[in-house]
Write a protein that binds this ligand. Structure first.
Ligand SMILES: Cc1ncc(COP(=O)(O)O)c(C=O)c1O
Length: 448
């Protein structure tokens, strides 16, 4: 009985897959935050290096992965695809459940897949320092690691409630040589403004992004990096889906259902995008994106242009959004607390190619505990959303159906969350329609 499907190192993909040329309808362009006209590549130059700006709208289906990036990838890639036999047995399902295990990376999640190339391309263009945001701390850890690999300084604005819930993430970020501040912070004009009106502000990814962009835009030596949402980020993450395809081929299996949790959409998109051409060609396959009821971007948000941050510094993206002023409650899946969504993923959801489902955190932690007690590994709270959906899919599946989910990260630095769950102290959060409508009022009306 095979458990772990290991791809030989020589089969590590040497190119990322870009879905843009294969989309059935073109992606609506990002708009300039002030003129509301399609943004020109050079207008992004103050915050991103040229190579990443080029990748953001590349017409090329395949993009070479530079050798120095492959070199760092080889520290942990290819990652295993694992058959969850013991979970299947506990469920009594005849479906086959596989998970692509990204928790084996140095930072403990899928985030290094894009942190490494982002740090590399910045270094190539002479950037000395990168500023970024982080929610649960996984992205901040990944970028701190990647910056250390290429000798760049790194500053992380970490959402305050996660900074307080997960102190060990901050320590790990500092151990990689980066600096980390709870956001809102007093280091930026925008952070100070928020703290003046609400000294207890628990922060959000939208706020931390504003602070990181303000930091980057105000210094010559600094650029900004985003851990999700943007096209170049999901491009880098396709390495996971490309490896999964090869691993399924080794088994002679076809995926029937592909599942991932969604914050900004990068782990889900990274798994699913390489399978999009097959689905468009008629292969029966379901793509299921999973989010918290407490931050229901795909299931209850609107598909329209919105800002990526609270201070309205980012370009406007056409995406599913809850409104850029939406402050999700401090649920433990900090990485899923984002008001917006990857435009590519939103577009695919709009076209009916991707389905979405939401869960409460208590049922998600129950699923995590079942996984832990059968498969032995402790998943991150974000990842546990995918596990819950995979369990539900397996319960409804036909015999022999192949379910693949993305195991986006481990939960070793989320033990406080497990403690709350085990003590029965978790609260389930959901929004009324009226609350959502109020948050949506912040969305600009761009007329299309
Ligand atoms: C372990 C883990 N999974 C998933 C996510 C969600 O991000 P994304 O939707 O970009 O994959 C995060 C974000 O921080 C994370 O830390």
């Amino acid at each position: 009985m095979d458990y772990r499907i290991i791809l030989p190192e020589k089969d590590l993909p040497k190119q990322w897959y870009n879905v843009l040329p294969d989309l059935p309808e073109p992606l609506p362009p990002p708009l300039h935050p002030e003129t509301l006209k399609p943004i020109q590549p050079h207008e992004l130059a103050p915050i991103f290096p040229d190579a990443l700006i080029e990748q953001e709208a590349s017409p090329h289906r395949w993009i070479d992965i530079p050798e120095p990036v492959l070199d760092i990838y080889r520290l942990f890639r290819p990652t295993p695809l694992v058959r969850a036999h013991r979970l299947e047995a506990a469920l009594g399902t005849k479906a086959k459940i596989y998970y692509k295990n990204e928790s084996v990376s140095p930072a403990g999640s899928h985030k290094p897949n894009t942190a490494i190339p982002q740090a590399y391309f910045n270094k190539q263009e002479g950037v000395e320092r990168i500023a970024t945001e982080t929610g649960a701390g996984q992205w901040g850890t990944a970028l701190a690691f990647a910056c250390q690999m290429y000798g760049i300084q790194c500053t992380v604005y970490m959402v305050r409630c996660s900074y307080e819930q997960k102190p060990y993430r901050g320590i790990l970020i500092r151990a990689y040589g980066a600096e980390v501040f709870p956001s809102p912070s007093d280091r930026t004009r925008f952070g100070r403004q928020l703290l003046t009106s609400d000294p207890q502000c628990s922060g959000s990814l939208g706020v931390a992004i504003s602070e990181a962009i303000e930091d980057a835009a105000s210094r010559e030596d600094t650029k900004y990096a985003l851990g999700s949402v943007l096209n170049h980020v999901v491009l880098h993450q396709t390495i996971m889906g490309l490896e999964t395809q090869k691993q399924l081929q080794m088994l002679g299996e076809n995926a029937d259902v592909l599942i991932g949790c969604v914050g900004g959409g990068s782990n889900f998109a990274g798994l699913v995008l390489p399978f999009v051409p097959d689905k468009l060609a008629g292969k029966p396959m379901r793509f299921l994106a999973v989010e918290p009821h407490a931050c229901p971007t795909l299931t209850r948000g609107q598909y329209r242009y919105d800002y990526g941050d609270v201070a309205r510094l980012t370009p406007l993206l056409k995406m599913h959004t809850l409104g850029h002023n939406f402050f999700p409650p401090p649920i433990h899946a900090g990485g899923l607390r984002y008001h917006g969504e990857s435009p590519i993923l939103s577009h695919l959801a709009r076209l009916g190619i991707v389905e979405a489902k939401a869960y409460y955190q208590t049922e998600v932690f129950e699923a995590a505990k079942l996984f832990l007690n059968t498969e032995g590994f402790l998943p991150a709270p974000e990842t546990s959303h995918a596990i819950k959906a995979a369990i539900d899919a397996a319960r409804e599946a036909e015999p022999g159906e192949v379910i693949v989910f993305l195991y986006s990260g481990h939960g070793f630095l989320d033990l406080g969350a497990y403690d709350n769950y085990l003590r029965g102290e978790l609260r389930d959060e959901e929004y009324t329609e009226e609350q959502l409508q109020t948050a949506m009022q912040s969305c600009p009306n761009v007329g299309f």
